[in-house]
Write a protein that binds this ligand. Structure first.
Ligand code: EPZ
Length: 430
């Protein structure tokens, strides 16, 4: 298994191109199941999760052609995917694939909407919490699907097609909102989705569905009104920039005391996270090409933050913020309200010398004068990258094991960081 080796202590300086958002690319690719026509997606990041979903979609009969980057093209514009689901040859998503990536469960809504039936494995366990799918199922039931659970599979049936309905989510869920939206796009009549997730990736999927012919009101708000269509058209859509990658690099720059322009991204995608970063003492400014992050030699101020659905502070940046706060001048408090078990990085950060105490959903981080490099273990995607940030701050050598977690969601991470002066390299398993 590959490992990453970091020698800490170098400030990051230069520019980092921000890739397309993984968490938008995945549901956008799934949207290809809704039409016989070609859906072209631009700016798709080259990631393990994207490649795995491509395999899953091919299994359903989706034809996928990929254009690579063109010579001289803009560095942050990724690959172009042409997806055509002329015939759905298989409406089953098997355990072997769904258990490897939860987002593949989101094929359920579009498959039952288009084909009148779908059989999708329950995703199973996950490193960051129990993550049930009850909200996905109740949303599809509200659109007339009959749902049965048998031998670890969800079987959804709507032989006469889905019909518009009223969905009120008792809790905000990104995935359940995607599933509901994708299903409602082909349902007959109007669907009202209340307490919908407002994450920019949901808005990006909605914008693509509008281009495919669906009428959607309320994009970007928690109330979505969807007029389904019996047939959707193909379109061309560009995946929005990855706000979590943006935030991760922004925190890494603040952590090392550097000066970097994050290119091809937008501040409003992660306003709260960047405001938090400003509170720590880093400077955040807009440039013509993106967002510039600077931190001079001054220390970092401690913060008190809780994770919230968008527009609040994102859970997907909680681990990275914690890594940054290990070196603050004082004590920070971070409360995780979205997932019950998303603190796997705490023990690993402690191996580098961090002083963190956990009480239920709250971590109290007492800033230390220095971190010291050590071997650590990546546990999930965002936890892993928090170890990269800590490694960049630490004195000496940090070796991160199990980096396949990083490859799921960060494109060319070592290259992007080393071009800005970081001493980071991949040790490839022989
Ligand atoms: C999405 O996961 C993201 N994944 C996650 O990013 C992100 O952490 C999460 O949203 C929250 O922002 C993708 O977009 C691919 P949820 P999702 O449904 O949709 C509970 C990453 O690192 N819940 O919004 O699975 C759930 O247990 C990943 O890129 C139910 O109770 O998250 C959690 O407590 C990790 N019942 C809360 O809702 C349900 O039916 C929010 O989860 C569904 C969810």
């Amino acid at each position: 298994m590959d490992r990453i080796r970091i020698i800490g202590g170098q400030p990051l300086k230069g520019t980092i191109p921000i890739s397309g958002a993984k968490n938008a690319a995945l549901p956008l690719m799934i949207a290809s199941l809704l039409t016989e026509d070609r859906l072209t997606l631009k700016n798709v990041p080259n990631l393990a999760d994207v490649n795995l979903l491509a395999r899953i979609l091919r299994n359903h009969g989706v034809d996928l052609a990929v254009d690579g980057k063109r010579a001289g093209g803009t560095p942050h514009l990724g690959e172009t995917f042409h997806l055509t689901a002329r015939d759905i040859s298989d409406t089953t998503a098997p355990y072997e694939l769904v258990s490897r990536m939860r987002a593949s469960f989101w094929v359920l809504g579009p498959l039952v909407a288009r084909m009148g039936e779908a059989k999708v494995s329950l995703p199973g366990g996950c490193a960051i919490g129990t993550r049930p799918v009850d909200l996905h199922l109740s949303a599809l039931r509200a659109l007339g699907a009959e749902i049965e659970i048998d031998a670890g599979y969800v079987i959804a049936r709507a032989p006469k097609g889905l019909v518009g309905g009223h969905i009120t989510f008792p809790k905000v869920s990104v995935g359940a909102t995607h599933n509901a939206l994708l299903a409602a796009a082909l349902a007959k009549g109007e669907t009202l989705i209340e307490n919908a997730a407002r994450e920019p990736e949901v808005g990006d999927v909605a914008a693509c569905l509008v281009k495919m012919g669906v009428v959607i009101e309320g994009i970007g708000t928690s109330t979505l009104r969807v007029q389904g269509k019996s047939r959707l058209e193909g379109t061309v859509h560009t995946v929005l920039p990855d706000r979590i990658e943006t935030g991760t690099f922004a925190f890494a720059v603040a952590a090392t005391g550097g000066d970097v322009v994050l290119e091809g991204t937008r501040r409003e995608l992660l306003k709260t996270a960047l405001e938090t970063l400003s509170e720590t003492g880093a400077s955040v400014t807009d440039t013509e090409t993106g967002v510039r992050i600077q931190r001079n030699g001054n220390g970092l101020e401690p913060i008190d933050v809780e994770t919230q659905p968008f527009p609040g502070f994102p859970t997907d940046l909680q681990a990275q913020l914690m890594a940054l706060m290990t070196r603050a001048h004082g004590t920070s408090v971070i409360r995780e309200t979205i997932f019950e078990n998303r603190f796997m990085h705490v023990q690993e950060l402690a191996r580098l010398g961090a002083d963190i105490k956990l009480h239920g959903d709250t971590a109290t981080i007492k800033g230390v004068r220095s971190l010291r490099g050590a071997p650590v273990m990546a546990t999930d995607l965002r936890a892993s990258v928090s170890l990269v940030i800590a490694g960049l701050m630490a004195e000496g050598e940090t070796i991160i094991n199990r980096v396949y977690h990083l490859d799921r969601g960060f494109e060319r991470l070592e290259e992007k960081l080393s071009r800005c002066g970081a001493q980071i390299e991949r040790l490839t398993a022989g």
